[in-house]
Design a protein around this ligand. Structure first.
Ligand code: XMP
Length: 517
């Protein structure tokens, strides 16, 4: 836990796909929020000194054997509690409500009505509001200790409060965008029930981080690997602000970067931030390593290995280097099971977790480990990074190598790099860059027949891949307008020699993945 902000809310995670979203929504209301495991003890809760607790939803049924439970002692702590969906059912079950399995699993939009405008929890919540339901069980009736506050046509207790304790429940999900007014209830819980004052701001957080980094680092040198991506750029910007010349950045040019990427990083960090930036030209080395390799995992392995070699070589020359800065984010920390009192590690292991291995022998600095991606972006803007960098789509570590199918050779990279730059350029011109999550070109090891002028051609086929996703674990292909696709295709075929056919990938993940390799 890095932040020293005094107010905080804990979200007890019962396995909900929305636990992180709840935490983000709370932070959006300027209250710091952390996710903890569902069976955290009252003593552990006390050590966090929270202003309130939110019990998340979850996929289980309260009566199912082995379903996740909370310590009943948490209701005796006098802390405000908000139970959402499964969290509400669990709460009612503990405190005297009847939870029934509904015959039909309710999933989707519902209309919620209430007549309790004077209740502080319902303040300003419309009397009729659209809400998002997603549950199998629901609370059918509550004991005299509870007061129902709202209902839907199929759910008699859509919102509830305890008569004597500051305990509230919602059968629907206030945190999702499909409950457009849900934020009002979260705000009321924070400000009316938990008595929060909303002091958590990214700007204060940045200052806290800067003070902490200074104290941790002393007079040592910190190394930061720059990739051109958002996370490493924000880390470098933050460190540059905190420790100035004690920061040395390393950019390994592996020859697999996008068009203009190296130049952009150099301009940003040398000209703008005046950082000690060392560019390692590893282009030949990487290509040499990739010679004759067409297996994707082997490509990754060799690239990773060569990267470490280049990084190690460069960092060895940096005097008094004791720390390595990494752009680990809060979701990575949660999902790896490393958060204090956080939920246990889940199956989700992301490509981007990990980074450089411990073998480098540095102490790690991970200044973004309490932040969500959108907060990292906001912090980047706050630190003076340009919007186009802060909103960049993610780019995999192995770079263009996994988008140049089959063996990677320089001639193919040239083609791919140009085509990639065109698709990005066109999406920006269409004003759709921020509306899409990842867009790129993939060069296929396939040639097809074409005709140019009077001559027959036999050249490469290229694929445009564009997806929309919240978490990159699942994704849908973006419904790009035909005219944007048409311009991309025309420009690629006219401007990039070696390509005579352009296809658009219309597969979602799963079953396809985002990258082709
Ligand atoms: P997939 O292809 O698995 O990609 O659907 C999900 C996200 O991860 C990125 N990705 C990688 N990132 N090293 C990385 O740093 C990798 O080897 C790698 N493979 C995929 C991909 O770009 C997408 O954002």
């Amino acid at each position: 836990m890095n932040t020293t902000s005094s107010e905080r809310i804990l979200v007890l995670d019962f396995g909900s796909q929305y636990a992180q979203l709840i935490a983000r929504r709370v932070r959006e209301q300027n209250v710091y929020c952390e996710i903890v495991r569902h069976n955290i003890t009252p003593e552990q809760i006390k050590s966090h000194n929270p202003s309130g607790l939110i019990l998340s939803g979850g996929p289980s049924s309260v009566y199912e054997e082995g379903s996740p439970k909370c310590d009943p002692g948490i209701f005796e702590m006098g802390l405000p509690v908000l139970g959402i969906c499964y969290g509400m059912q669990l709460m009612c079950d503990h405190l005297g409500g009847k939870v029934d399995s509904t015959h039909v699993r309710e999933y989707g939009r519902a209309t919620c009505t209430h007549d309790a405008p004077d209740d502080p929890f319902m303040k300003d919540f419309p009397k009729t509001a659209e809400v998002w339901m997603s549950h199998g069980d629901q609370v059918q009736s509550v004991s005299d200790d509870f007061v129902p506050l709202a209902k839907t046509s199929t759910c008699p207790v859509a919102a509830v409060k305890h008569k004597t304790m500051p305990v509230y429940g919602l059968q629907f999900h206030p945190e999702v965008t499909h409950s457009p007014e849900g934020w009002v209830l979260l705000r009321n819980f924070l400000y009316e029930i938990c008595d929060c004052s909303g002091t958590w701001k990214l700007a204060n957080f940045a200052q806290e981080m800067i003070d902490q980094i200074k104290a941790q680092v002393g007079d040592a040198q910190v190394i930061c690997g720059l990739s051109g991506g958002v996370d490493s750029s924000v880390v470098a910007a933050l460190l540059s602000k905190a420790i100035g010349s004690q920061l040395s950045c390393i950019l390994v040019d592996n020859g697999l970067l996008r068009k203009g990427e190296r130049e952009m990083v150099v301009e940003q960090f040398t000209d703008h931030f005046k950082t000690d930036l060392r560019v390692v030209d590893g282009r030949e080395k990487f290509l040499e390593q990739l010679k004759g390799v067409d297996d994707p995992q082997e490509k990754r392995r060799r690239i990773g290995h060569t990267f470490i070699e280049c990084f190690k070589g460069e960092s060895a020359g940096i005097e008094n280097a004791k720390f390595l800065a990494q752009g680990t984010l809060y979701p990575d920390v949660i999902e790896s099971g490393a958060a204090k009192d956080g939920p246990a590690a889940t199956i989700k292991l992301h490509h981007n977790v990990g980074g450089l291995p411990e073998e480098l022998g540095f102490e790690l600095i991970e200044p973004l480990r309490d932040l969500f991606k959108d907060e990292v972006r906001a912090l980047g803007v706050e630190l003076g990074l340009p919007e186009h960098l802060v909103w960049r789509h993610p780019f995999p570590g192995p770079g263009l190598a996994v988008r140049c199918l089959g063996e990677v050779v320089e001639e193919k990279l040239v083609v791919l790099r140009e085509a990639d730059a065109i698709v990005i350029d066109e999406i920006e011109k269409a004003g759709l860059y921020r509306e899409t999550s990842q867009l790129f070109a993939v060069l296929l090891p396939v040639q097809s027949v074409g005709v140019m002028g009077d001559a027959r051609t036999y050249e490469n086929a290229l694929v445009i891949r564009c997806v929309n996703t919240d978490d990159f674990m699942t994704a849908d292909w973006s419904r790009l307008p035909y005219d944007v696709l048409a311009t991309m295709s025309t420009r690629i075929i006219n401007e990039v020699s070696g390509v005579n056919r352009v296809c658009y990938d219309i597969s979602s993940k799963p079953p396809a993945t985002i990258e082709w390799e």
